[in-house]
Write a protein that binds this ligand. Sequence first.
Ligand SMILES: C[S@@+](CC[C@H](N)C(=O)[O-])C[C@H]1O[C@@H](n2cnc3c(N)ncnc32)[C@H](O)[C@@H]1O
Length: 342
Amino acid sequence: MRVLDLFAGAGGAALGLHDAGFEHVACVERDASAAATLRAAGFPAVEADVRDLNYAALAGTIDVLWASPPCQAWSSANQHGGPKGEDDIARNGWPWTLRIVRMVRPRWAIFENVKNARAYVERAVLPELRKLYAHVALWVLNAADHGAPQSRTRIFVIAGPRPVQPPASQPRRTMRDAIAVPWDRPSPCVMTNEGKGRPTDPAWWRKLNNASDALALATDGARRKLTLGECATLQTFPEGYPFAGRPEDRYRQVGNAVPPSLAAAVARAVRAAESGVETVLGALPTLASLTERIERVLAAAVALIRRQPPRGVSPDDIDGFVAREAPRLRDLVAAFLSRRSP
Ligand SMILES: C[S@@+](CC[C@H](N)C(=O)[O-])C[C@H]1O[C@@H](n2cnc3c(N)ncnc32)[C@H](O)[C@@H]1O
């Protein structure tokens, strides 16, 4: 499935989509250091302002448009208390994102944002999407339930031609599991200013605003910043991910990112809907080749397991099982069809 990724940052969402088997056509990002990270990670970065590009050539060619419009006006990390007016909203990218969706007409539109944007999204975004798509859903997901050792709640809007089941929750991981910090819960949200540390006043960090606060509490107030690598691990970036720029640029990229594991869970849910059992079985009579029918049934079975994984089975376990077993099943089918003994 071909993806256009808007406001792509350092590629947290892009990595998750890639892990779920999606292919990027372009990742649009205007910040030079984040675009450099995208390039170093092998994504097709377009270093530009989302508003300055002409998307006409992409019309009808995109399966998924993913957008994470910037959200400063709603972010709980600042004191704005929401956008002040239409200008503030325009600066937040939503009107542009909708304009691009109308122009490109992707098969699926997926938007991610902070939960404080929910009221605005319900009022101004969902009605516009309902004019374009048969099914529009809003999910509230916590990264801690989808593979990240970090509590980070985000809203997702999924608009497309078919209904999609939200991803099933996975067992939670703790900060201790991930980065050996003695804190037996998922870390609080990793923020863009994690690298600055926090004031030494205990009253401040007892509020447990972010991952650094949990670190301070867990270590009896001994103060040290979380390293960039620790923040990236809490966000589920793979070790050695090539963040570019000055230290503050890199901390900002990590803090801004959608955890790849969360983006992958959302992407797999959409993929499961695309290869849904009903669609697959409905198409079977039109397929002449027995091999193709068997391939489709196999894909439908995998999609079903992904939609409702057995307890304790992660999406990675399922991918591993499919990678191991599918070739053997194909060989069996080929042997059967050629009437050889398997
Ligand atoms: C919340 S972050 C996106 C995170 C990203 N999806 C990820 O998973 O890593 C928003 C990004 O939008 C970028 N941005 C803001 N306004 C933009 C614009 N008008 N055009 C292009 N990029 C923009 C910011 O530089 C920032 O990297």
